[in-house]
Design a binder for this molecule. Structure first.
Ligand SMILES: *[C@@H]1O[C@H](CO)[C@@H](O)[C@H](O)[C@H]1NC(C)=O
Ligand SMILES: *[C@@H]1O[C@H](CO)[C@@H](O)[C@H](O)[C@H]1NC(C)=O
Ligand SMILES: *[C@@H]1O[C@H](CO)[C@@H](O)[C@H](O)[C@H]1NC(C)=O
Length: 633
């Protein structure tokens, strides 16, 4: 089946994008942010066979050349064409419903109004209409409508409304309702617009102009989901040829997602994200030994500030959900117990770090500021503050923090590593490579500067250097699962499937072995393997199974949840996909990420709504997508 194949090709391409927007860049918060940026630049997959492209945080549908209409549509289309032709040839004839075909710019069309004398205009009431013959009704309806159009043209909306109302009494025609809706529209009476367009649409479910008009009224009235559904239906009927409707879909998806994201953010409990996320963030800073005075061997009185500090720093090493919760509580207690002496700055730094991870960014910033007041030599605080500034899109503040950090210690390798991450996010790859290299020169033992350097070289198109960097990494850091995981991702990007899977397997095996030592397991290699199997062999069931495994280990891993959602969507399991997208939104940490996940969720939900309310359109969309797919990317 040729069409199925081309769909699959596009799908795997998009899954590939997804792979790279998720895990390559998850080794730190900054990496996560870069995932988010890249995610927004481009991520495409199919919904009901139509490619959905996400760009700039919004989603829109795309289809290349629409395919020739099916036989059942042909009738209708050719009839419409015929209507148009008739209209053009015989402009003086009073048309009733046909005139809609070439109505311009949303106004009821007036071109076909015949030169009737006004006194000939019939007066129709609910009582009188009953006694009219069918022919009279048609006749009157046409005259009343024409007069209504004229009144509309001269902006006499109340008169036009009255005339269309009489025309409707004679004959319930969708055009009359839609034209009357145009009057209400001009008067900004959205409720009435919705009422009349709904009547028009129930008479003609594919009346695009009425759909667009109702969509606009819904939007004006703040009913964004309803507007989104109408614009989507209108796009499908028009086969995505109307640019402004397609843009409306994009705009509404964004509005719906943003509105819902606000509600989610407000109701969000401040708690730590998944251990995979926390580990990735914490390990983006070089590990430090327990500071002097807090060593294992130091004799510390129980429940004192210093005792809590040590407890917290040790709990982090467990790399588990429980360990991180324990650490977070310990840093809180450390500060409330006091008597921290020289460790107070670090205590604020750590409490701020955990507050930040919990999404409590304002109090996190306050803590980091306090930490810097107390201990300006703790350059890590500047670096962490820079990452918070960056997340709030305050790039200048972030850059300034790096400068301040340099003033205190121009040779701290963490500074260069994180400044490199900033360059990377901004796609300044050559500056990023320079900073990663500088970080390596200062401290070659930190694995992530090597990995990120390799990824950056790859981004710059130096595939050979990148592969060489990774081979060196394996030689020097062969015991670290991360090397294999990221190497695998780049191999996957080159469609070297079996090599990629082999690397992911190695990473998974290493993670599994290390579980005994430190409890937590990084689930990214499992998710990557899922994507690889899916791309390689379209093996949905193996891919799903791996994602499920990841979710058993780390139930709150938003990347695993989002990957599941995509796998389900690509199998047409739309209802389940929606649940997973929704869950991904709930698990996301920042508002931007929530909006992103919700854009997918809402696009999926709209597809379900279309299926339910416009089954005939959903069927057509399916057909359209299969043909439109090939040339997409
Ligand atoms: C395209 O759609 C918009 C509403 O989204 C509508 O106002 C406009 O008239 C449509 N254009 C055509 C050519 O149908
Ligand atoms: C933290 O310090 C920075 C730089 O001095 C300042 O801009 C910011 O407002 C402070 N934030 C808080 C929450 O105190
Ligand atoms: C936290 O940061 C986000 C951006 O990530 C921002 O929108 C929000 O206003 C900040 N403050 C709070 C209290 O969430």
């Amino acid at each position: 089946m040729a069409s199925a194949r081309s769909t699959t090709a596009a799908v795997s391409q998009s899954a590939q994008d997804a792979a790279h927007t998720t895990s390559i860049a998850t080794s730190s918060f900054l990496d996560r942010a870069s995932a988010w940026y890249r995610d927004n630049k481009i991520a495409a997959w199919t919904i009901a066979g139509v490619t959905v492209v996400v760009a700039g945080g919004t989603v829109y549908y795309l289809s290349t050349s629409p395919r020739p209409p099916k036989v059942s549509e042909l009738d209708k289309q050719s009839k419409r064409e015929r209507r148009k032709a008739i209209k053009k040839d015989v402009p003086k004839t009073v048309e009733t419903e046909e005139s809609r075909a070439d109505t311009k710019a949303g106004a009821p069309q007036t071109a076909s109004v015949t030169e009737e004398a006004p006194e000939e205009l019939p007066q129709v009431t609910e009582q009188s209409v009953g006694s009219l013959s069918d022919q009279d009704r048609n006749n009157y309806a046409a005259k009343l409508k024409a007069a209504g159009n004229k009144a509309y043209g001269s902006k006499d909306y109340n008169k036009a409304i009255d005339l269309y109302g009489q025309a409707i009494l004679c004959k319930p025609d969708p055009v009359f309702y839609s034209n009357r809706a145009a009057c209400w529209n001009a008067m900004s009476n959205w409720e009435k617009v919705i009422e009349d367009t709904t009547a028009a649409i129930s008479l003609d479910p594919e009346y695009v102009k009425a759909l667009n008009r109702r969509a606009n009224a819904y939007e004006q009235d703040g009913q964004y989901s309803e507007a989104l559904l109408d614009y989507t239906a209108s796009c499908i009927i028009d086969q995505f040829r109307n640019e402004s409707s397609a843009q409306a879909v994009e705009r509404l998806l964004k509005k719906v997602a943003e509105t819902k994201a606000k509600a989610i953010m407000e109701g969000k409990e401040k708690k730590l994200p998944s251990p995979t996320f926390v580990s990735n963030y914490l390990q983006s800073f070089r590990a430090q030994p327990l500071p002097a005075g807090l060593e294992e061997t130091a004799d510390l009185e129980e429940n004192t500030g210093k005792w809590y500090m040590r407890k917290g720093l040790q709990a982090i090493q467990q790399r588990t959900s429980e360990g991180y919760d324990e650490a977070s509580a310990a840093f809180d207690s450390a500060l409330s117990s006091g008597n921290l002496e020289s460790h107070e700055g670090l205590a604020y730094n750590m409490r701020g770090t955990f507050r930040y991870l919990k999404g409590d960014n304002d109090s996190a910033l306050t803590d980091l500021n306090k930490s810097l007041d107390l201990d300006p030599a703790l350059v890590q605080s500047y670096v962490k503050r820079a990452s918070m500034h960056l997340e709030q899109n305050k790039r200048d503040d972030a850059a300034k923090d790096f400068e301040l950090a340099m003033e205190h210690n121009a040779n701290d390798p963490d500074i260069f590593y994180h400044r490199a991450q900033l360059h990377f996010i901004l796609s300044e790859f050559s500056a990023a490579a320079t900073d990663y290299q500088k970080s390596i020169d200062l401290d070659p033992a930190f694995i992530f500067s090597h990995i990120q350097l390799g990824v950056t070289q790859y981004k710059m198109g130096s595939i050979a250097s990148s592969m060489a960097t990774f081979r060196r990494c394996i030689k020097n850091f062969g015991e670290k699962s991360d090397v294999y995981n990221y190497y695998g991702e780049l191999l996957l990007d080159q469609q070297k499937y079996s090599e990629a899977v082999e690397k992911f397997d190695t990473a998974v095996e290493m993670e599994r072995k290390s579980v005994g030592e430190r409890g937590g397991m990084n689930v990214l290699p499992l998710i990557n393997k899922a994507l690889a199997l899916f791309q390689w062999r379209q093996d949905f069931s193996a891919a799903e199974e791996l994602c499920q495994k990841a979710l058993i280990i780390d139930p709150e891993c938003d990347i695993a949840v989002a990957t599941m959602a995509q796998l389900l969507l690509q199998q047409g399991k739309v209802t389940q996909a929606l649940e997973y997208f929704q869950r991904a939104a709930e698990l996301s940490r920042t508002e931007g990420e929530v909006v992103n996940a919700l854009s997918y969720a809402e696009a999926t939900r709209t597809q379900l709504d279309v299926q339910e309310k416009y089954p005939q359109l959903a069927a057509r969309l399916q057909g359209m997508g299969a043909a439109g797919m090939g040339g997409m990317r």
